[in-house]
Write a protein that binds this ligand. Structure first.
Ligand code: SF4
Ligand code: ZN
Ligand code: ZN
Length: 385
């Protein structure tokens, strides 16, 4: 069906039939804030819209952000979200965040019909950095009753890393949750800073490869069913924009909130926060009393995703909802516009050095580590950072 939303003006193509309530849920629109119109007639929540319906969703609260109270209970709101044309009291904002996470788990993009990201029986591992997104995710999943442990990787980025580890440890202790801690320097002999200096690679490159490796290794070695990360809507939209600008076809084909694994080698990976903006995860932490590291990594300027985020912030300011429109619109059409063209005969094998997955003989992490350790004596002083 074709659905026209207004202010910002957009057209959505959705598969029907859907009830009006299901349609609004799909669009993340709070029912109290709109009228739904089919063929010039108003329709109500349980009305079924056929697949060939043409529908208009018309806002009734001017500006959206000016909602008079919580959209659920009408009490004074603590946060308003122009993208959802809604405002919530603290309790209903927490429900909203949990609902968005549940929607991602049960019906997220990239899931086959009836498939879920994970179930209550699965053992989950969430990679926590000390920042708002991953701690909000860990808190939400614990509250919703999932079996979920944490993993913190010490990257050796001075006081920022020290504080991040303390925050994660305090979070786990307060909730009686289990946290794995892996220190790059202790376990692998280098830090993000010394590794970058020794190899000549950008810090974020060394850091990203190391984190991904350790996340997967811990998940596989400890038998977790799914590895979770706190990538939010802003992160995913910025990554998408970067992949589009540079036409990284491979990345476009594989970008998504669900990535399948290889038993014994590669953990299944999911991003249950991809429907929430960073403003929402930050507000969730404040409302729930979660202490998180507000400062950014001091090396973030070297991260190219940063400028794409800034560009999208500009667009979002003038047109609330544009990030979600870009990301969800892409994920809806991904099979058509960025089909996965990987050859089926590319075999994932165990790395000859460490046993982790690779398509070459020795994995990229082991190759990077060897280069770093060979060069490190030259950078002996930096190795101690
Ligand atoms: Fe690592 Fe770069 Fe992120 Fe800092 S900004 S944590 S160096 S990837
Ligand atoms: Zn309320
Ligand atoms: Zn290896």
């Amino acid at each position: 069906m074709i659905v026209r939303t207004r202010n910002p003006e957009a057209t959505h193509q959705l598969d029907g039939p859907l009830t009006v309530a299901e349609l609004l849920d799909e669009l993340d629109v709070a029912p109290h804030t709109v009228l739904v119109i089919q063929d010039g007639e108003l329709v109500t929540a349980e009305h079924e819209l056929p697949d060939d319906a043409e529908v208009e969703v018309r806002p009734v609260i001017s500006g959206g952000a000016g909602a008079p109270g919580c959209v659920v209970c009408r009490k004074p709101p603590v946060i308003e979200e122009p993208r959802h044309r809604a405002a919530w009291c603290a309790q209903h904002f927490v429900d909203h965040v949990h609902n968005q996470i549940r929607k991602a788990i049960d019906r997220g993009h990239g899931l086959a019909k009836g498939e879920r990201m994970f179930s209550y029986a699965d053992r989950l591992l969430v990679a926590v950095s000390g920042g708002k997104d991953s701690l909000a995710l860990w808190d939400a999943l614990l509250t919703l009753g999932y079996r979920v442990d944490g993993l913190y990787v010490g990257l050796g980025i001075g006081g920022y890393s020290t504080r991040s580890q303390q925050v994660c440890e305090a979070f786990a202790e307060e909730r009686g949750a289990h946290l794995h801690v892996v220190d790059l320097a202790e376990t692998y002999g280098y830090t993000t800073v010394s590794g970058s200096a020794a190899s000549g690679r950008a810090a974020c490159g060394v850091c990203g490869l190391s984190k991904r490796y350790v996340f997967n290794r811990v998940a596989v070695e400890h038998g977790y069913d799914v590895l979770l990360t706190g990538h939010n809507l802003d992160d995913e939209a910025a990554t998408l924009l970067g992949n589009l600008v540079h036409w990284h076809d491979d990345f476009l084909a594989r970008q998504g909130p669900v990535l399948g694994g290889e038993p014994g080698l590669q953990a299944r990976k999911c991003k249950p926060v991809y429907r929430l903006s960073e403003r929402e995860t930050a507000a969730y932490c404040v409302v729930r009393g979660i202490d998180y590291v507000v400062e950014e990594c001091p090396l973030v300027e070297g991260n190219s995703g940063h400028e794409h985020k800034a560009a999208l912030d500009l667009l979002e300011a003038g047109s609330p909802g544009v990030k979600a429109q870009l990301l969800f619109g892409f994920l809806d059409r991904q099979d058509r516009i960025a089909p996965d063209q990987r050859e089926d005969d590319v075999e994932v094998v165990a790395c000859a050095e460490c046993g982790m997955p690779t398509v070459t003989e020795v994995c990229a992490f082991c190759r990077q580590r060897e280069r770093i350790l060979q060069a490190l004596p030259v950078f002996g002083d930096q190795a101690a950072v």
